[in-house]
Every structure is written in structure tokens, then in C-alpha cells.
Design a protein around this ligand. Structure first.
Ligand code: PNS
Length: 163
């Protein structure tokens, strides 16, 4: 059984994340999406851990071999606990590389039996990020197509808008 973990803060999940999860799902028997609490990231997440898990469950309901689980430990400890020996992350433009390289190296130091693998973002998602989505939405721009429908509805509601 080849199980991989796709970890992230997912605040919120974007269409880019979904693309990576779908492609990872074709390469492994099953995928656990690990949603990190990340209380300190960027001044605290916009969406609660329950909301972020819920968005992912809805947006991946069409994928039979994917489950969503929150975690608040070291990533490698969580990977060990669920029996995943591969961490899959999406890689966008070069700007991602240094941070991802550092995390992969540290995770390898913590547990060399857990491999990190990267899947390249498709060109249309190269500059798509959760932060950009939040920035666009906060300024009243449309995030249609950049996020799953469930997230778009939640963003509209959170910002008190019905577009
Ligand atoms: O969505 P992100 O910011 O790319 O996700 C980062 C994440 C959640 C994968 C990373 O912060 C993480 O693994 N957090 C858990 C704590 C941990 O293991 N930190 C050490 C990794 S260097």
C-alpha cells in the first residue's frame, strides 16, 4: 500500500491545491490531506481548522482514494502515525523553491524514511496562492475559478457579499 500525505495550511484550499491532489491521487494508492493548524502563519489563518477541513472534504468528494485529516504535530510524526512514507507538495515558480527545499531537508533530518516529492504546478496555477486569493477577495475582486465553489461561497459570505 503506497500512501502519501499532501500537507498544507490550506487557508483556503485553491484550485492549484486540488490539481496537485488529483494528480497525486493517480500516483499513489491513497492520499491523506494533512491540514496543519498553523496558528502562527501569517498572523493566524482566516478560516478555522474545521472550515479548512470541510472545504477540502467537499472539494475532494469526487476522489475515492482521498481523505482529509487535521494535525497539530510535526509533519513527519503525523506521516509516521498514518503510515505515509511520502510527502507530496506542489511546486510553483522558483520563489517556492528555497522554502520548500528547507522544509524537505529538515523533514529528512527528522525522519530519513519519509521522502518528499514535488509535483510541478501547471502553468496557469504558477502564481496562484492562498495569500493571493485572500488579497484579491479582501479588495473586492473575483476569485471565481481560483478556488473551489465551496470556498468561493464561504469567502463571499465572510466578506458579507453576494456576487
Ligand atoms: O501551506 P504551507 O504553508 O505550504 O504548509 C506548510 C506546512 C503545514 C506543510 C508546514 O508548515 C508543516 O509541515 N507544519 C507542521 C510542523 C512541522 O513539521 N514543521 C517542520 C517542517 S520544516
Amino acid at each position: 500500500m503506497r500512501r502519501a500525505i499532501v500537507p498544507g495550511t490550506f487557508d483556503p484550499v485553491t484550485s492549484g491545491h486540488i490539481d496537485i491532489i488529483e494528480r497525486a491521487g493517480t500516483l499513489f494508492d491513497d492520499i491523506v490531506i494533512g491540514v496543519a493548524h498553523s496558528p502562527n502563519k501569517g498572523g493566524g489563518p482566516l478560516f478555522t481548522i474545521e472550515e479548512r477541513v470541510g472545504f477540502l472534504e467537499t472539494a475532494t468528494a469526487h476522489l475515492d482514494n482521498v481523505v482529509v485529516r487535521p494535525f497539530d504535530t510535526l509533519l513527519v510524526r503525523f506521516a509516521e502515525k498514518i503510515g505515509a512514507n511520502v510527502i507530496v507538495k506542489g511546486l510553483r515558480a522558483l520563489t517556492d523553491f528555497e522554502r520548500e527545499f528547507q522544509m524537505a531537508a529538515l523533514n529528512w533530518r527528522l525522519d530519513s524514511e519519509v521522502e518528499t516529492m514535488f509535483i510541478m504546478a501547471v502553468p496557469e496555477n504558477m502564481y496562484l496562492s492562498s495569500s493571493a486569493v485572500k488579497e484579491i477577495a479582501a479588495h473586492g475582486g473575483s476569485v471565481r475559478g481560483l478556488v473551489p465553489d465551496v470556498v468561493q461561497a464561504a469567502i463571499d459570505q465572510k466578506l458579507g457579499k453576494v456576487r
